[in-house]
Ligand binder design. Structure first.
Ligand code: MG
Length: 256
């Protein structure tokens, strides 16, 4: 997939020239969707990037973009289980717009950032709040296996007129918990590309989670954590939805 993205300008013409083959058609219910990129070179997330989420976190608004990285082992498919950690009960959801880098780039202005974005996904920045908040670095609370589902596919930029006017919602067992719009992003996707690319070379297949609005479990008094069996649905207009059930962390013998 990363090779396809990197060579998209050449591959696109070939793909569009292919004759449709009905033998290759399948209903979505008949297939298993994996994450659109199984091993992103970089998987980054921005924190505190919707004003109403900053308010529910009872934190001062950051003066700069707040970033963390997640390991590729956190990647998860759009319909696959989210693991309830053995070491925590404070499991939480965060509906987010994600975007995928399409071109190797550095020092990209926000005005040109759209040129280096390949496409957009729905994402759930699943968070283990006690691990996230008990140290000054949030990374471990964002890094558990299976806690970065995204997809269900990549909607390429030519299919989206404006990534910054999309309704974004999260449901837990059918109950709406988050309901916002990507126009509310404090730092939009283009600002994020400008900022990150001052620091690091962005490469095809890098995946960036753009922040979550209010309504996460820890914003409730008392907090409403996810439990085994819960179904979390993240949906974004014109992109699609993720639906992940919470399941016990599997028994894995040491060393496998
Ligand atoms: Mg987040």
């Amino acid at each position: 997939m990363i090779e396809l993205i990197a060579g998209w300008s050449a591959y696109r013409e070939q793909l569009e020239a292919l004759e449709p083959d009905e033998a290759l058609d399948h209903l979505l219910d008949e297939v298993t969707l994996c994450a659109p990129i199984l091993r992103p070179g970089k998987l980054l997330g921005i924190g505190l990037n919707y004003a109403d989420h900053v308010a529910e976190a009872a934190l001062p608004a950051p003066t700069d973009q707040v970033w963390f990285m997640m390991p590729p082992s956190a990647v998860n498919g759009p319909r696959d289980p989210i693991q309830m950690p053995k070491v925590s009960l404070s499991l939480d959801y965060e509906a987010e717009l994600a975007f995928v880098i399409g071109r190797r780039c550095r020092h990209v202005s926000r005005e040109r950032a759209h040129e280096v974005i390949f496409g957009y996904c729905a994402a759930n920045d699943v968070s283990v709040r006690d691990w996230q908040l008990r140290t000054s670095q949030v990374i471990l609370g964002k890094s558990f296996d299976s806690h970065a589902p995204f997809g269900p596919w990549i909607v390429t930029t030519d299919e989206l007129n404006d990534p910054h006017c999309l309704g974004i919602r999260c449901f837990v067992n059918g109950e709406k918990r988050q309901d916002s719009n990507t126009r509310e992003l404090i730092h939009n996707c283009f600002d994020q590309v400008e900022h990150l690319s001052k620091v690091m070379t962005l490469e095809p297949g890098d995946v960036i989670f753009s922040g979550t609005p209010a309504g996460v479990g820890f914003g409730f008094k008392p907090p409403r954590w996810l439990a085994i069996g819960d179904v979390v649905r993240v949906e974004i207009d014109n992109i699609g939805f993720l639906e992940n059930r919470v399941a016990a962390e599997p028994e894995v013998p040491y060393g496998t």
